[in-house]
Design a protein around this ligand. Structure first.
Ligand code: NI
Length: 204
């Protein structure tokens, strides 16, 4: 296992569409090593998720995990989840229409590839996730709340999209200013969950 270097905003790999993995590739030693390194790198950097392109590997692989995370205090926990070729489908709202507040999760997101910046992103709060798990088996589940936002953010990485592309640009803030000026109650607003920071947990 190794902690890998994290690509920063401007690296072309972050803007490429990553290659899908064949199920059999998940058993290969190189892929196993990449998965282990993604987990170790995510944990070392206090990330809630990490996508392979962020470590210069342009393949469709993501890891997510929500522990007591100093970068997202109060957010719900997410079990360690490794997914290849994830496809995320919103289960709320209508395509092309603005999301109702009750269907949205609004989170000041950050990204290990955009160091020191936060910005508010509104996303569907309930999504279907179809993917392969670590063993190459197809999985299909529903996530909501904080973990729904995280899996959307990570899946975006596989298609060359960063949270700054989706953020309300007037909310972009450096970390020091975020801590000073963004009230805690506004950092994570889950329209369908309980009030405050207690984002509603999903199902895996
Ligand atoms: Ni990111």
């Amino acid at each position: 296992m190794a902690i890998r270097k994290i690509a920063q905003l401007g690296e072309p790999v972050l803007r490429r569409i990553a290659r899908a993995l064949a199920p059999a590739e998940l058993a290969l030693p190189n892929t196993r090593a990449l998965i282990d390194d993604l987990i170790e790198t995510m944990r070392d950097a206090d990330g809630a998720g990490l996508a392979a392109p962020q470590v210069y590997e342009s393949v469709q692989l993501v890891v997510v995990e929500g522990r007591d995370n100093p970068r997202y205090p109060g957010a719900d926990r997410i079990p360690l989840t490794v997914l290849a070729n994830p496809r995320v489908t919103p289960l709320v709202g209508k395509p092309g229409e603005a999301l109702d507040d009750v269907d949205a999760i609004s989170l000041f997101e950050g990204c290990l590839s955009v160091s020191g910046v936060r910005g508010r992103v509104r996303r569907p709060r309930r999504v279907r996730v179809e993917a392969l798990d670590e063993s190459g088996k197809a999985v299909d589940f529903v996530w909501e709340g904080f973990r729904a936002a995280v899996i959307q953010h990570e899946t975006d990485h596989l298609f060359g999209t960063l949270f700054v592309d989706r953020a309300d640009s007037r909310t972009l803030t450096f970390l020091r200013e975020y801590e000073r000026h963004v009230p805690v109650a506004e950092r994570l607003v889950d329209g369908g969950g309980p009030p405050g920071l207690e984002a509603k947990g999903g199902r895996a």
